[in-house]
Ligand binder design. Structure first.
Ligand SMILES: [Zn+2]
Length: 58
C-alpha cells in the first residue's frame, strides 16, 4: 500500500487587504481640509502584507 504522503506545501494565505496583490488602490485626495477625492487612483503598497500579498502570520 502506497501511503500518500502529505507534502507540506504551505500555501501562504492571501492577504485580506489587498487580495494577494500586494498593493492597494488608494483614492488620491487633494487638499488637506476639503479632502476632495479625485478620480485618480494610486497603487500603494499594502501595509498589511508589505507588498508580499501574503497574510501576515501573527
Ligand atoms: Zn496585503
Amino acid at each position: 500500500m502506497a501511503t500518500a504522503r502529505k507534502t507540506s506545501a504551505r500555501k501562504p494565505k492571501k492577504c485580506a487587504d489587498c487580495g494577494g496583490k500586494g498593493e492597494t488602490a488608494e483614492t488620491v485626495r487633494v487638499g488637506s481640509r476639503k479632502m476632495r477625492e479625485t478620480a485618480d487612483r494610486q497603487a500603494a503598497l499594502c501595509l498589511t502584507c508589505f507588498g508580499t500579498g501574503e497574510a501576515p502570520t501573527t
